[in-house]
Design a protein around this ligand. Structure first.
Ligand code: GDP
Ligand code: MG
Ligand code: ZN
Length: 343
């Protein structure tokens, strides 16, 4: 039997609950333990890119399982409309937040001010990086720089062209030896600057490749890059994409059997908790759906909804009511089966 030998590891990537961690000179795929997931009261209790975690290696050291998240020295959050409960963590343990803004049409002081608030809130030092210097007419540059410096007291302000390389050395000097995070709206030039700093293409650039046909972001991973200058950068995708889809779509795919049954329920929004004409309950009765299967689905759904509830008090109330019914139904069915078996 495997002994549980704990190692410390750095979280380098997060994509919908699947992680990568850096440990012992290797980057390994990682998941969190059920205990950590189940005990998490919200997204903030789960690993974030930049976190130091305690993990156990499995499969001859090819996979890691994360057992605990270490204390954070800083945490950058994107706060949602619902205030602090639906805050989305973007990066942990960063020394500096690079707020990237283009000197082209991307230039927007109001947005910069909001990002500065988030950066200061994180506990890390904000740095403003104005990109696309080559696209800014000489006559406008001084005025724009002055406006940015006025909006960003206490923050360093840098100006670069990732195309020509002008100003990149200053960015490297500020980055060197520090773990940083890039934030900024889509199209600001984050990935282009990152590629320039890396010396080769590590991140997708350009609006077209970041969006699928429906205009949604497809590059949803948060990822940490080790750069030749000795710095580390966590690139965050555009601001729009992050939401509580967390296990939502994946849950339906993993339980496509239940989803297929649910399609036959009389009510489109059937919660399978005793509504008339429920095809899921009928399948349970008929023995074509195993109660264990429904139970696992319920457990995972609870985990997803626990995250969602944080963001919406009304949803929270409804979810609690539904879950009570759901638990009771599973118990009742289990008891009925035991009675049938004569147990
Ligand atoms: N001319 C010019 N174009 C740039 C510069 N930086 C980025 N771009 C362009 O701006 C667009 C968006 O850049 P990207 O790095 O994908 O932005 P991101 O969404 O913040 O990662 C791309 O078409 C880049 O080629 C720059 O310094 N100069
Ligand atoms: Mg990008
Ligand atoms: Zn149903």
């Amino acid at each position: 039997m495997d002994e549980n030998i704990f190692v410390s590891a750095l979280v380098t990537e997060e994509q919908k609950g699947l992680y990568k961690v850096w440990t012992g000179g290797l980057e390994l795929p990682a998941v969190v333990t059920g205990k950590l997931l189940g005990g998490a009261e919200g997204r903030l209790d789960l690993p974030v890119v930049g976190d130091e975690v305690r993990a156990v290696l499995h499969d001859n050291g090819e996979k890691a399982v994360i057992h605990a998240v270490g204390p954070r020295s800083s945490l950058l959050l994107r706060k949602g409309l619902g205030g602090s409960h639906d805050a989305q963590p973007l990066a942990a343990n960063i020394a500096k937040v690079f707020i990237v803004m283009g000197l082209d049409g991307n230039y927007n002081i109001a947005r910069l001010e909001r990002l500065l608030v988030a950066a200061w809130d994180s506990g890390a030092a904000p740095v403003v990086v104005l990109t696309k210097k080559d696209l800014c007419p000489e006559a406008e540059l001084a005025g724009r720089l002055a406006a940015v410096e006025l909006a960003a007291p206490g923050a360093q302000v840098l100006c670069v062209s990732s195309l020509s390389g002008d100003g990149v050395a200053q960015v490297e000097a500020v980055l060197a030896g520090a773990r940083c995070c890039f934030v900024g709206s889509s199209g600001a030039g984050k990935s282009t600057l990152l590629n320039r700093l890396a010396g080769h293409a590590v991140a997708d650039t350009g609006a077209v490749r970041e969006n699928d046909a429906r205009g949604r972001h497809t590059t949803t991973a948060r990822q940490l890059y080790f750069l030749p200058c000795g710095g580390q950068v966590i690139d965050t995708p555009g601001i729009r994409e992050f939401c509580v889809e967390y296990a939502g779509g994946g849950l339906e795919s993993s339980f496509s059997d239940i989803a297929a049954l649910a399609a036959g329920c009389r009510f489109a929004d059937c919660s399978h908790t005793g509504e008339p004409g429920c095809a899921v309950a009928a399948a349970l009765e008929a023995g074509t759906l195993a109660p264990e299967r429904l139970k696992s689905y319920g457990k995972l759904r609870r985990e997803t909804e626990r995250l969602e509830r944080k963001s919406d008090p009304k949803k929270r109330m409804l979810a609690n009511r539904k879950l009570r019914h759901f638990g009771k139904m599973v118990r009742d069915i289990g008891e009925a089966k035991r009675r049938l078996r004569g147990g």
